[in-house]
Design a protein around this ligand. Structure first.
Ligand SMILES: Nc1ncnc2c1ncn2[C@@H]1O[C@H](COP(=O)(O)OP(=O)(O)O)[C@@H](O)[C@H]1O
Ligand SMILES: [Mg+2]
Length: 239
């Protein structure tokens, strides 16, 4: 079974969508479009009748709602229907929580517990963890903790995206272990190119590096971010 991603163009590159109940790692440097990708995935699911949970560690839920609004994705409406939970794990010590669902600095176990409960409460089918690195600011056993997350995610039964922000274009995970718990690995890129007219410009692209159970091309495809979110140019293969 395939889970349609809601990302324009992506499904036809991966046999119709992500393998059901798999965990996909999405990585890229800052500003490459990871959060927009995840919002589009969650929103696409809601429109198809699949409930979702968005765990945000970097941005405030309010910021996500506003960003989504720019693409006419009304998250609040689904939150009010209890079909979407935005779990605010962005809390920094000292600030009072303003969200219904929030999590302050805590250990991985209680974090996973909360996620597990919320997911079964709304019977979520899609899960986003945006992003992984802040979870491990004070963590020492990163490797085993990441494996723990992988086990819980596969038990929860959602089709999940884990975001890993990288500082280096050539790396696809921060800790070098995330890729082992993921059945798929997608990287987003933003690079400067010189156009034919010798003008320097930036180009966005997406690369499906690994997708188990799937015949896919190992190529970069250009994409743009427009009024409806991410649009992949599936004919525009790049090397
Ligand atoms: N409404 C929009 N229309 C077009 N492009 C946008 C819009 N909002 C953000 N962007 C682009 O997307 C980038 C942010 O994407 P985001 O998904 O937040 O990146 P990441 O999570 O990878 O850091 C911005 O820097 C901007 O270039
Ligand atoms: Mg982001």
């Amino acid at each position: 079974m395939r889970v349609r991603t809601g990302i324009n163009g992506l499904d036809e590159l991966i046999e119709g969508g992500f393998p059901e109940r798999s965990t996909i790692l999405l990585s890229g440097t800052p500003g490459t479009g990871k959060t927009i990708f995840c919002l589009q995935y969650i929103y696409g699911g809601l429109q198809m009748g699949e409930n979702g949970i968005y765990i945000t560690l970097e941005e405030k839920p309010e910021e996500l709602r506003r960003e989504a609004e720019r693409f006419s994705w009304d998250l609040k409406r689904y939150e009010d229907q209890n079909r979407l939970v935005i779990l605010d794990a962005s809390a920094r010590a000292g600030l009072p929580p303003t969200e219904k669902h929030f999590l302050e600095d805590t250990d991985i176990e209680s974090f996973l517990n909360k996620v597990y409960n919320l997911t079964s409460e709304i019977q979520a089918k899609r899960l986003v963890l945006d992003s992984l690195p802040p979870l491990f600011e004070r963590e020492e056993n990163i490797r085993s903790e990441i494996y723990k997350i992988g086990r819980i995610l596969s038990e929860i039964g959602c089709t999940s995206i884990i975001v890993s922000e990288t500082s280096d274009e050539n790396k696809f995970s921060r800790f070098g272990v995330e890729e082992f718990i993921a059945r798929g690995l997608i990287t987003l890129h933003l690079e400067e190119i010189e156009s034919r007219l010798k003008v320097r410009e930036c180009r966005r692209s997406i690369f499906i590096r690994k997708m188990r159970e799937t015949k896919h091309k190992v190529r970069r495809y250009p994409f743009s971010i427009g009024e409806n979110g991410i649009n992949i140019d599936v004919k525009g293969e790049l090397l």
